[in-house]
Design a protein around this ligand. Sequence first.
Ligand SMILES: [Zn+2]
Length: 283
Amino acid sequence: MRYPIPGLSPARESNRRRILLIGLDGLRWDIAAEDHVGSTLKSLAEAGSFHEMTMEAPTISAPGWGSILTGSTHAQHGLKDNSCVGGRTWNRPDFLAQCFYQDQDTHTFAAAGWPVLVDPHGLGPIIHPRMEQQYAGLHRVIVRDGETFGYPVIDAEITDITLAALKSGSFDVGFTYCCDVDDAGHIHGLEGNHYRDAIKRVDAHVKALTDLISVRHETFAEDWLVVITTDHGHVDEGGHGGDTAREKESWVIAWSPDGYTPDWEKELRPEEITPLILREREA
Ligand SMILES: [Zn+2]
């Protein structure tokens, strides 16, 4: 059989919904929603469901992603800043690990250019390495360093690797992450073109990922749910960490190529994302 894309391969049979969580660091929705900025994100939000989310303070990336990725409050995971000192992430398995514990045939995948999320030699990682499952071919972790090499380049590479993993049908539940937008906000603030251009770059990555998932759905009748979210907002001058509404604001998009949307509340808390994903995985 010839498939529409070279290298596209069927995945292992599964009666569970497949999940891709796309993390877009520090992306403020009001700016993504401007004309010709986050065009893909807007159309996914319209076709799927859009949820507001309020992050806990301090609105810093490691505590924020810690809550989203492990289903924990700040009090539970103990992360206070990006040093991860005092954090209890080894006691709080990430959603990929939890999906594996739920069903031990689950193939999981994580790719990120921010080392705190994935690098066992860094300050985290919030995504558990799970070496036994890596040896068994059930878990794969892609580590890159956008802090050193720049997120415009590294996000593109992370996306390409995720696309390759999707093409080969190698995972059932995945996490992929971009940090270009947050970085642009810190360096240039949110006025002007830099922040918007970074959203456009990341929006194109989201388009490539969701287009490929649509092809998988059409070709192999696979059941997919894509969840897209961010870990905090930014003040207009660029920066976050405090407890203003602008810094605490986040959002969640849930989208499927077949039009399915989960019956999630209009407003979500960050620690609800992981249990909601697990519920979607119930066969
Ligand atoms: Zn962040």
